[in-house]
Design a protein around this ligand. Structure first.
Ligand SMILES: Cc1cc2ncn([C@H]3O[C@H](COP(=O)(O)O)[C@@H](O)[C@H]3O)c2cc1C
Ligand SMILES: O=C(O)c1cccnc1
Length: 338
C-alpha cells in the first residue's frame, strides 16, 4: 500500500482514524495469562508485554517470528552550527557500513532474528538549518513521512525503527522542547560526545530554533516540518503505518522517542501500540519517556541510536511471548492451583 496521504492535513486525518487495540484479543490474552503454570504475576512485566502484543496482533497467543528493523538516514543543515562531535559525511559512510553488515544494528538485528532494511533519505540534500528557516517544506516532510510509511512490511509482527544522521540529537531535542516546553538546555545531551562548549552551543541552537518557529509550536506536525529532519519524519511515518496495520512497535532511544512524540502530540493515544525498548544515556530521554508515560524495558547505558536499544529489547519481547504462547495452562499440565 502506498502512503494514503499527500499533505500534512491528510496525514493528520490518517492519524485520527487509526485503529485501536483489539479489546477481545486483549481480554483473551489476559485470561490465558491467568491460566499459565506460574504464580500470578510471577513473570512481572513480561506478562503485560505479552498481553499488550496479543491485543495489537489480535490474538490470545502473540508471536514474534517476523520482527522488522528499519533504519532511516538523513542529513541536517544545522550541523553547520557545530552541534556534533563528528562530521556530516559520517552519515553516508555509515549507510555504506549498514549495507555491508558492519554496524551495531546489523549484529543486533541478526542476533534477535530480525530482518533489517536501510533507507537513505536524500543525503546529498541536507535539511535547511532550522535556526535560519524551516528544516523542510511541506512536500519534503510529507515525502519523508511516506518513505517511513511505505517501508513497513505488512507481514511483520513487530517493528523497530532506528536512525542515522549526524547532528540529529539537536533536532530531536528541538522537537522535545517544542512539544513539551522548557528551553534547549533542559533537552540537549552530548550525542556523539560533544564537550561542555558543544552542549551549550546545542542549547543555544535549539533556543534559536524555538524562537524562529514560535508561531508553529502548538502544531506537532508543523514542529516536525520546521525543527525535525527527514529520518525523524520517516520514523514517525513508519510508526504510524505500524499502527494502521496493528503491528506492535518497540521504540529506541532519545531520537526515535522524540519523533514518536510528534504522533502522540498530534493525536493522544497514537503511541498505544509502542513500548519503550530502553533508557538511553542521552540526557533527557528519561524525561521524554516520562512525559509520554512510557517505562523503558532496559537500562544499559546505550547512547548509539540506529535502533540498537530497541533491537535488544526484541529479545525481552520474544521471551515474554515464548512464555505466554508456549507455556502450559494449569489444566493442560495437571498442576494444582493455589
Ligand atoms: C560512527 C557513528 C555511528 C553512529 N550510529 C549512530 N550514531 C548516532 O549519532 C548521531 C547523533 O549524534 P550527534 O547529534 O552528536 O551527531 C546519529 O547519527 C545517531 O544515529 C552514530 C554516530 C557515529 C559517529
Ligand atoms: O538515544 C539516542 O537515540 C542517541 C543518543 C546518542 C547518539 N545517538 C542516538
Amino acid at each position: 500500500m502506498t502512503a494514503s496521504f499527500a499533505s500534512l492535513s491528510e496525514f493528520r486525518a490518517v492519524l485520527q482514524a487509526m485503529p485501536m487495540v483489539d479489546a477481545a484479543a486483549l481480554a483473551g490474552a489476559a485470561a490465558r495469562n491467568g491460566q499459565l503454570t506460574k504464580p500470578p504475576g510471577a513473570l512481572g512485566r513480561l506478562e503485560d508485554l505479552a498481553i499488550w502484543a496479543g491485543g495489537w496482533q489480535g490474538t490470545d497467543k502473540p508471536h514474534c517470528d517476523r520482527p522488522q528493523v528499519i533504519v532511516f538516514a538523513g542529513n541536517h543543515g544545522v550541523v553547520a552550527q557545530g552541534v556534533s562531535a563528528f562530521p556530516a559525511e559520517v552519515t553516508v559512510q555509515m549507510v555504506g557500513n549498514f549495507h555491508a553488515g558492519g554496524a551495531a544494528i546489523n549484529q543486533l538485528s541478526k542476533a534477535f532474528g530480525a530482518s533489517m532494511s536501510v533507507h537513505a533519505l536524500e543525503l546529498d540534500r541536507p535539511t535547511a538549518d532550522f535556526t535560519r528557516g524551516a528544516a523542510m517544506d511541506e512536500a519534503e516532510v510529507v515525502a519523508a513521512l511516506a518513505t517511513g510509511w511505505n517501508a513497513v512490511d505488512a507481514g511483520a509482527d513487530l517493528v523497530v525503527v532506528g536512525e542515522m544522521g549526524i547532528g540529529n540529537t539537536t533536532p530531536a531535542a528541538a522537537l522535545a522542547a517544542a512539544l513539551f516546553g522548557g528551553g534547549g538546555a533542559s533537552w540537549v545531551g552530548r550525542g556523539t560526545g560533544v564537550d561542555d562548549a558543544g552542549l551549550a552551543r546545542k542549547a543555544r541552537v535549539v533556543d534559536a530554533g524555538l524562537a524562529l518557529h514560535a508561531a508553529v509550536l502548538g502544531d506537532a506536525l508543523e514542529v516536525m516540518r520546521c525543527l525535525g529532519g527527514r529520518e525523524l519524519a520517516a520514523m514517525a511515518g513508519a510508526i504510524a503505518r505500524a499502527r494502521a496495520l496493528r503491528i506492535p512497535v518497540i521504540l529506541d532511544g532519545f531520537i526515535c522517542t522524540a519523533s514518536a512524540a510528534v504522533l502522540e502530540k498530534t493525536v493522544a493515544g497514537a503511541l498505544d501500540h509502542c513500548v519503550a525498548g530502553h533508557l538511553s544515556a542521552e540526557g533527557a530521554h528519561g524525561k521524554l519517556l516520562s512525559a509520554l508515560g512510557k517505562e523503558p524495558l532496559l537500562n544499559l547505558g546505550l547512547r548509539l541510536g540506529e535502533g540498537s536499544g530497541a533491537a535488544l529489547a526484541i529479545g525481552v519481547l520474544k521471551g515474554a511471548i515464548a512464555c505466554h504462547s508456549g507455556m502450559a495452562t494449569f489444566a493442560e499440565a495437571g498442576v494444582s492451583g493455589a
